[in-house]
Design a protein around this ligand. Structure first.
Ligand code: AMP
Length: 357
């Protein structure tokens, strides 16, 4: 293991949204300082960080100055422009490393990587040209989902096809950019595993959580997931396999479809994950602290769950119910300090403790 970061060292975080904010809080708890790099003004993380750089990812000088002022760099989102990474990496280590970002930024690269590990994904076909589109429609068919290869999040950048005839309109709607056509999986459940790996290869996974989405956005995560013990074991083992294959350092979220027969991987996210927020009230060491420990050269904490938890995102005006929610003494409230309430905007989340184990 590389030497653990000294107390008082500064962790640079790319992205100042709620994930960056919760990472900064965790870092502060462990005695570290944080410096946020974010193009938008007054991001949620700026309220809890020691320093903020407000600059674009194309601003080479700002990136170099930022990299010089921090001891290690991490990020809260995976779509960091490659040129920015090139610049940052000449000065400071970025963790998780480049290979994990490159794998997860592109849906086709990600699926090929997972298949090479012997893991299962939904049937898919690559679409770059109109000829590809026709052959994808012939092999994958419908019902299916067309997704842009890059830059999709929270259900954005994807269109559902009821029939093969919807194919061309769907591709047009997505701007005729490179896409993947995925067969629609008739899943029983969606679950996710949050796993962590540190610099000496220790791996710790949190218990799988069961996710419900509304309008393409995560609504709730319920832990423990209602799956069999062998499915739970398989989900955790495949997470370890992915982390080891990437020689990964940090926390990763892995989304899975549970069908009657098998576990299929929907996607991997090389960062702390919304479906891991339950760990803040369900475990002694949560996903944010685990990530900071991993990238700082520390040992990982125990991932054991001490409580059953239902995490619910507060989207848009739901955040205005906080007064009522606070009357329930078994609810942990986590707000992101966003001033403007907008429909569909993640404003906070709550963790309701259902039972202690
Ligand atoms: P994604 O952005 O790929 O995570 O997709 C967002 C949500 O759409 C997932 O959480 C699923 O609920 C649904 N979804 C995505 N891909 C598929 C698929 N191949 N089959 C069925 N549902 C899917």
């Amino acid at each position: 293991m590389t030497n653990p970061l000294k107390q008082g060292s500064t962790i640079g975080i790319l992205g100042g949204g709620q994930l960056g904010r919760m990472l900064a809080i965790a870092a502060s708890k462990l005695g570290f300082k944080t410096h946020i790099y974010e193009p938008g003004k007054n991001p949620p993380a700026s309220q809890v960080a020691n320093k903020v750089t407000t600059a674009a990812y194309e601003d080479t000088n700002a990136l170099i100055m930022f990299a010089n002022e921090v001891d290690v760099i991490t990020f809260e989102f995976e779509n960091i422009p490659e040129t920015a990474l090139n610049t940052l990496e000449t000065t400071r280590e970025v963790l998780p490393a480049r290979n994990a970002l490159a794998t997860s930024q592109d849906r086709i690269t990600e699926k090929k990587f997972l298949e090479k590990l012997g893991l299962k994904v939904a049937p898919y076909a690559n679409i770059n040209t109109q000829t590809d589109l026709l052959s994808a429609l012939a092999t994958v068919g419908a019902p299916s989902i067309m997704k842009t290869r890059r830059f999709g999040y929270d259900g954005k950048g994807q269109v559902r096809l009821k029939e093969v005839d919807d194919g061309y309109t769907a591709w047009e709607e997505l701007g005729k950019t490179p896409c993947v056509l995925e067969g629609l999986i008739d899943f029983r459940k969606e679950v996710s595993v949050i796993g962590a790996r540190n610099q000496s290869g220790e791996v710790v996974c949190f218990d799988p959580g069961e996710n419900i989405h509304k309008n393409g956005i995560l609504h709730t995560t319920n832990v423990p997931a209602d799956i069999t013990s062998s499915q739970r074991m398989d989900a955790v083992l495949l997470t370890g396999k992915i982390l080891n294959a990437l020689d990964y350092v940090g926390v990763m979220g892995i989304e899975l479809f549970v069908t009657a027969e098998e576990l299929l991987i929907n996607e991997i996210a090389p960062r702390v994950h919304n479906s891991g927020h339950w760990t803040q009230n369900g475990c002694v060491i949560d996903q944010f602290e685990q990530h900071i420990r991993a990238i700082s050269g520390w040992h990982l904490g125990d991932g054991k769950r001490h409580s059953n938890v239902l995490m619910t995102n507060l989207i848009g005006a739901e955040v205005l119910e906080v007064d009522t929610l606070s009357k329930d003494t078994s609810i942990g409230i986590h707000l992101y300090g966003k001033e403007i309430v907008k429909p569909g905007r993640k404003m906070g989340h709550i963790n309701k403790i259902l039972a202690n184990n």
